[in-house]
Ligand binder design. Structure first.
Ligand code: CO8
Length: 304
């Protein structure tokens, strides 16, 4: 088992800077810009106050993507707050030049192992079998096509997402969720930062539960294509997760009955040597009519 990461340890996941997200004047900050879909790889920007330098990011195939066009960092709406084809279902910030900021991409808090695994998963996704799901601070920006189906066009900022509650890069959950083309499986690549510590050197069980719930919940969202709630979650904690470790939570739908979607989840290290936790969950779609069709899950609860 690798050595637990210690707060202040410059060899650890925060190596390379601890610039707070969205804060300016705190030294170099990496910022991502305009990511309309889950498949595109955003540009990283090393940003010092008043200076913006585009940094090319390797594409999944190893080529180097062109730098992103210059954009301002101020969130000034550039168009009336009306839905657009690209960001029709996200908060008004979507219409700003750099918001919402997709956070499911590398930042200065990602360890080398995290970056390496992220690139591996991007390469795997290149054939279309998987896709990376953009992730934002605000929950209503999450899996936007599903949110749009569930609640319609969102015209106000959604609630802040628990997993994105820590602004400091590398300190909390750093993660990217990938959705299988079947829509029945999700994998979450996650680095658990020092603010998630429970016992000394190890991640809190609640943090593991949050990771699992979000991976399972995202899978259920994709299956139901509607709003879902976690009704039951059963977790076996099999091995402690060192703070700073990079893990993969792998969730899939096992079956569905009526409004219930039964899912499983396994949390492992990236080499699959250690099974940290396994879980089963029941998510229920929340569409009001209570239809009990055991063959088909309604594709759009909002209309149906
Ligand atoms: C980051 C983005 C991804 C999202 C991931 C995060 C997801 C979350 O964290 S959601 C937050 C945590 N979950 C919650 O707060 C849910 C709280 N619970 C509820 O709101 C409700 O109990 C809810 C929606 C689950 C079910 O309520 P309701 O729709 O009224 O169901 P109800 O009519 O009572 O029961 C319907 C059936 O479900 C069963 N059921 C209800 N609740 C549960 C439960 N908790 N566990 C198992 N079965 C249940 C009932 O027994 C009943 O079964 P049957 O038809 O066989 O008699």
């Amino acid at each position: 088992m690798s050595q637990p990461w210690e707060p202040g340890d410059t060899r650890g996941p925060l190596m390379g800077g601890r610039g707070g997200r969205g804060q300016r004047g705190l030294g170099p900050v990496i910022q991502t810009l305009n990511v309309p879909s889950g498949d595109s790889v955003p540009q990283l920007r090393h940003q010092s106050p008043g200076v913006t330098t585009a940094v090319p990011v390797p594409t999944p195939h190893g080529a180097t993507a062109a730098p992103h066009p210059t954009a301002t960092t101020d969130c000034v709406p550039t168009a009336p707050l009306t839905p657009s084809p690209v960001c029709c279902c996200v908060s008004p910030q979507a219409l700003c030049s750099v918001s919402p900021q997709d956070l499911a991409v590398p930042n200065t808090g990602w360890s080398a192992a995290m970056c390496e695994q992220f690139q591996r998963l991007l390469r795997r996704a290149a054939d279309g079998s998987w896709r990376r799901i953009p992730s934002y601070r605000r929950g209503l920006d999450y899996l936007p096509e599903v949110v749009q189906m569930a609640v319609g066009v969102v015209t106000r900022p959604g609630p802040r997402l628990f997993l994105r509650s820590v602004d400091e890069e590398g300190a909390g959950f750093e993660y990217a969720i990938f959705l299988h083309a079947s829509g029945h499986r999700t994998q979450c690549l996650c680095q658990l930062g020092p603010y998630l510590e429970g016992h000394h050197g190890f991640a809190h069980g609640g943090a593991i539960a949050t990771l699992i719930d979000s991976t399972v919940g995202t899978c259920a969202l994709a299956v139901a294509k509607a709003s879902v709630m976690t009704a039951k979650l059963s977790i076996s904690y099999l091995a402690p997760v060192p703070v700073g470790a990079v893990v993969v939570a792998d969730s899939r739908m096992e079956r569905h009955e009526g409004r219930k979607i039964f899912l499983s989840c396994h949390v492992r290290d990236t080499k699959r040597d250690t099974l940290y936790a396994e879980a089963t969950g029941e998510d229920m779609w929340c569409c009001g009519d209570g239809a009990g069709d055991t063959e088909t899950i309604p594709q759009n609860c909002a209309s149906g």
